[in-house]
Each structure stands twice: as C-alpha cells, then as structure tokens.
Design a protein around this ligand. Sequence first.
Ligand SMILES: Nc1ncnc2c1ncn2[C@@H]1O[C@H](COP(=O)(O)OP(=O)(O)OP(=O)(O)O)[C@@H](O)[C@H]1O
Ligand SMILES: [Mg+2]
Length: 228
Amino acid sequence: MNGAAPLVEMKGVSREYPATPMPVRVLAEVDFSLNAGECAAIIGPSGCGKSTFLNILGTLDTPTGGEYRFNGRDTCELSANELAALRNRDIGFVFQLHHLLPQCTAVENVLVPALVATHPDEARARAVDLLGRVGLEHRIDARPGQLSGGERQRVAVVRALINRPALLLADEPTGSLNQEGAEKLADLLLELHRQEGMAVVIVTHAPAIAARFGRVLELRDGRLAARD
Ligand SMILES: Nc1ncnc2c1ncn2[C@@H]1O[C@H](COP(=O)(O)OP(=O)(O)OP(=O)(O)O)[C@@H](O)[C@H]1O
Ligand SMILES: [Mg+2]
C-alpha cells in the first residue's frame, strides 16, 4: 500500500451514457477521496447515479472523463487482469440483491472469492469464524433457500470480507430488509469495520442509516456534495 496516497481518489470524474439527441451525463466532474479505514455514506434520489459512482469505485465501470486512482495507481493504466486481481484482493462488494449461489452452502458461498487463495484451510477457518461473528455458526451448511432474507444478507457481507479487502462497497445492502433488519445490518457493517479496519462506502436511501457512517455525501445533478 502506498502510505502517502488516499486509498481511493477521484478527480473530475464524469460518466456519460450515449443517448439521443444527446448523451446523458450521470456524473459531472466528481471529486472524492477516502483514506484507508475511513467510512462514507452516499445518499441521493433514485437514478441520480449512486450505483454508477459505486461501480466506478469498484472498477466495475470506467469514467468517461477524469481520473480515478486506487492506492495511488491510475486505474485506467491497469490491464483487465490487473483490475480483476485488484477487485478480488482489495475490494469487497455487497449488492442489494445478494447474488448467493443457490446450490452452494453458506460457507461455500463465502469462500467463492477465496477460490484463488493460496491457503484454502486458512480461508475456510476465516469463513467459519466470520459466519460465527455474524451469528450464523449453526447455519454454515445451510443453502440460501433455507435462510431468511437477513441471514442471506449477512452471508453476503461475510463473503465480501473473506479476502480482507481494504475497501468494502455496499450498494443499498439494507434495501430489501425491514427497519429492524436494516439497523442490524448497519450495526454489523460498523462492527466489522471496527474489527477489520477496512474503509467502507455505503449507498443507502435511509438518512438515519447514512448518518451512522459519519461522513454523508449527497449525489444530485451529477455532483457529489457534503451533506450538513
Ligand atoms: N447502461 C446504461 N445506459 C444508459 N443509461 C444508464 C445505464 N445505466 C444507468 N443509466 C442511467 O443512469 C442514471 C443513474 O443510474 P444509477 O443506477 O447509477 O442510479 P442510482 O442512483 O443507483 O438509482 P437507484 O437509487 O434507483 O438505484 C439513471 O438515470 C439510469 O437510467
Ligand atoms: Mg442504484
């Protein structure tokens, strides 16, 4: 890790989608930086570009303008293989729809990002430990179809953390949960953040959840601004 640089740094990042009569500009010269171990929450109305922003942070999408650096490295200079390795090693994703593999058990789902791990025994021990820390020690061999919505979401959070990422990206992870479930998931993300020390960027529609992550930014009209 490059100690001097922020973990992630966007400078003047834009994202346009081609459309007629003119391209749609979803992000307009967004500046954003986050140091290792910090948290931020992104709020904003539906369609304002929150997922687009998060996908660029996760290198799943590329800006059409501006610069995005991860750990001091300009991501547009990285090859597809280097980006795939960076995503697998340094970034954990939690999506609104958890995308668990239905045919695999909870612990097998958690181990998917660790399939390329050099120490499979250690990865499995960590998977079991993390599942225990989220209260699922008795459900490690259950398949997603046998788990509740909240339990599945906890498996998805654990899966995102299996490779000890420096950055956890969560796109409306509480979107399909009721208020109590959403608060519990926020508790869990913050607890794991304290224990594991990873940086977190969460997208949420719920202002009360966003406020718990300390720094709240609002995306509106393509621009990102601190919310006071
Ligand atoms: N592949 C695409 N082609 C064209 N337009 C797109 C594409 N993907 C997204 N958009 C548009 O970009 C805008 C931002 O989409 P995005 O998914 O980032 O919004 P969002 O803030 O995450 O919304 P939500 O809260 O509903 O999830 C929307 O108007 C969407 O229709
Ligand atoms: Mg979205």
